[in-house]
Design a protein around this ligand. Sequence first.
Ligand code: DNO
Length: 395
Amino acid sequence: MRQGWRWFGPEAPVTLDDVRQTGATTIVSSLHQVPIGRAWTEREVANRKSMIEATPAGRSSLTWSVVESIPIPDAVKRTGGRAKTEIEAWIASLEAVAACDIPIVCYNFMPVVDWTRTDLDYETPTGATAMRFDQERFAAFDLFVLQRQGAGDDYSRDDQDRARRVYEAMSDEEIAEITRIITSALPGSTTEPLTIPGFRDKLDSYAGIDAAKLRQNLIEFLQAVTPAAEARGVKLTLHPDDPPRSLFGLPRIASSASDYAALFDAVRSPANGMCYCTGSLGVRADNDLPAIARRFASRIHFAHLRATKREGDGRSFHESAHLEGDVDMVAVLKELVVEDRKRQVKDQIVFRSDHGHRMLDDLTKTVTPGYPAIGRMRGLAELRGILHALDAIPS
Ligand code: DNO
């Protein structure tokens, strides 16, 4: 397996030289500066690639092997194959990526919000901080800050009472903070930052789109884009919903093994692949992670490895250290390694240690939420340790 690192570009606090020191050898990146929906040009991709791959004298080399992500505009999620112009622009971006020999593209199909948390710096017992999704704070935002129409139908009377108490105890600053965290699109998100009125409008634009419709739209998108990907040898990898359940009454359709099975059955192209994210899928107790890795092994080209810990209410969770929490990382890596050993080097699975605790020097620095260097490096080192141990055991 190839050890990857998500790099947010030349303005990011973590530099390419920092990445070299983590031991990662391959880069996961995107043209975050390009507005969603605008086609990427080959020149733009090539410039970024040469930034990554121009190795200073004496330094170890890095390659750019994964684009995470080419964002999918709302029009595609809402209207599927009818969003012809948007799909053409997406294919043009894909072709620019392919022309630069980058073999893997990650994307997701979550409407309105990409990954969602309520707390960025939840203090863990070690003093390091983690990202957290607190169901009561989320409900307080949905019911009383956003005041989403129909939200009451999604929460029990007890849940609503608890959310009201949480909301009433929040200061104005706390309300502003949770609004910012939820609406302004966390780093790497493929959705637009929104204001509260903009958020309500976006939700309205999805009225009448249920899970079956959204799935059909994704299938139409895949039918349109997989021929281009297949012809150019690019693997498309669908990232799971994070968290893997409906939020704000919106459908989500990449949350479970049966969701992925439906997509792989509908679009059989080998370019139709999976980004296997243990942290996202692991939030659901009924997602058996090693079984998912085994079942879809040949479809997995990219993996996000991190662990989440479900809390007492069964809905809240926080991001634990990579080998703690609810994910059996040894069992997961065993499955991925079995698949990886069957592949040629050029087709090996790229993984990155996903997210990381904010710890040590990063506690006093400006960091990218979820992506501080030290916590991610701790995770990568632990994962690498497992891989070394598995390598020592003959297959
Ligand atoms: C968050 C990331 C997501 C992911 C996209 C993939 O940390 O996992 O933003 O990049 O959902 O398209």
